[in-house]
Write a new protein. Structure first.
Length: 178
């Protein structure tokens, strides 16, 4: 769910408090307030006794554009706490991920290796004819598992015995409820 930015609802006091946390000067203007675990600035407003937090760079872009950004907000400078409006651009998550890959901030090589290893394990199990039930954690013959086209190895995750127990328990609870 997209964060609704209240840039039109800010009071003069809130706007002044927001701007006071963005130092002026050349280069990046790093947020001088609260930050989240990833280093992005957070700005809090209080309405009806409740606190609402917003990402500072998103609010800075909304104020610079004079409207709520379409999609997300991207940093040209790759600096999470930066709130300088000319370092911020509108953009989708996909565009942000492509930026990260181009600039060397994202490494997807491990993902491919992980998939290859998972596929190899599934292939070995298929050749050996063994599968581990994810419910009872027992290694069983693949014939003890029903077929499933969407699974990596073509079989269900629970063995037939566990699936039967689960089905009987579900029916028992259903009868009890009615």
């Amino acid at each position: 769910m997209a964060e609704r930015i209240p840039w039109t609802d800010l009071t003069a006091e809130e706007l002044a408090r927001f701007r006071s946390r963005i130092p002026q000067g050349p280069g990046c203007r790093e947020w001088a307030g609260e930050t989240n675990s990833k280093g992005y600035g957070r700005f809090a407003i209080y309405r009806g006794g409740r606190r609402q937090r917003f990402l500072a760079h998103r609010l800075a872009l909304a104020l610079a554009l004079g409207r709520e950004p379409d999609g997300g907000t991207r940093h040209r400078c790759d600096n999470p706490p930066c709130c300088r409006d000319d370092h911020l651009v509108e953009g989708s998550q996909r565009a942000n991920m492509l930026d990260a890959q181009e600039r060397g901030r994202a490494d997807y090589s491990g993902l491919h290796a992980s998939r290859a290893a998972r596929d190899l394990r599934a292939q070995v199990k298929r050749v050996l004819g063994i599968k581990v039930c994810s419910r009872c954690q027992r290694a069983k013959c693949v014939d003890d598992f029903q077929r499933n086209r969407t699974s990596i190895d073509g079989r269900q995750y629970w063995c037939k015995d566990c699936r039967g127990l689960s089905e009987r328990e579900r029916r028992r609870l259903k009868r009890r409820a009615s």
